[in-house]
Ligand binder design. Structure first.
Ligand SMILES: O=C(O)CCC(=O)C(=O)O
Length: 250
């Protein structure tokens, strides 16, 4: 759970770093699992359109709980869900999750953006948590944010990757949020964020989980994922009468 100071910090800034949410050995086990998944998957590059063709790459995989039981257990871990409850209320629902491995030296940056255009919701309840599975100092391309931008509402977004204005929100002026293995950064989906290139000699390995209040309403059909709608804390007060999955419309 967050303390009072952390709650106020989040309300003011739209993000909060929670040190040591996982202990070092859990982070190391998860890191090994993410790298094993990447190894068995082969090449999969998630570099965004607006920063493509500069020789960088980033390995990714979505719906990681369909590949790793450790991740399944983590999704409803009270250390994670209790913080999410502090931020969005008692009921916490899975939207999607993904892992990213930014390889050494050439790990792709993430252009500055809000997550809103990818999966807009009526009440803006959506948050993300990035779990750091190894140290992420600035030179590794740690998360960078523009504090307070969650209060601005949806901003103009550009290109296929929905980045915000690079002149108004240059990554060089953003606030870096360096982290240690086991730390977690929670942030609002309207907070302008991104990250730089990994210039270090070690991979940056993260698991990102996107969470929402089940009573919030998606404004578009985009961004389906496996397991979307699973309850991770509390209940879904909007769930209607019971139906078998095979009776529901596709
Ligand atoms: O991992 C990062 O540095 C940022 C990831 C991100 O912003 C995203 O997937 O929307």
């Amino acid at each position: 759970m967050l303390n009072a100071e952390q709650k106020v910090f989040y309300q003011d800034n739209g993000y909060v770093l929670v040190p040591a949410l996982l202990d070092k050995s859990e982070a190391a086990s998860l890191r090994a699992e993410m790298h094993a998944i990447a190894q068995s998957e082969g090449h999969s590059d998630a570099t965004w359109d607006s920063v493509r063709n500069s020789g960088t790459a980033i390995t990714h995989c979505h719906d990681v709980h369909f590949r790793s039981a450790m991740v399944t257990r983590l999704l409803s871990d009270p250390r994670l869900t209790s913080v999410a409850q502090d931020l969005i209320g008692p009921n916490v629902q899975l939207h999607h999750n993904k892992m990213f491995i930014k390889p050494p030296a050439k790990g792709s940056p993430f252009p500055m953006h809000q997550d809103y255009p990818y999966f807009p919701h009526r009440d803006h309840s959506m948050i993300a948590v990035i779990l750091h599975l190894d140290d992420a100092p600035e030179e590794k391309g740690c998360l960078c944010v523009y504090p307070g931008t969650h209060k601005l509402g949806p901003l103009p977004a550009f290109g296929n990757d929905h980045h915000v204005s690079t002149t108004t929100y240059p990554i060089a002026q953003a606030t870096p949020v360096p982290a240690k293995a086991g730390d977690a950064v929670f942030f609002h989906y309207l907070t302008v964020h991104g990250s730089g290139q990994n210039l270090s000699d070690e991979a940056r390995t993260t698991l990102l989980i996107q969470l929402r209040d089940p009573a919030d309403v998606p404004l578009s059909d985009r961004h389906a994922s496996r397991g979307q709608g699973m309850m991770l804390a509390g209940i879904d007060p909007t769930a209607g009468s019971f139906k078998f999955a095979w009776e529901e419309k596709p």
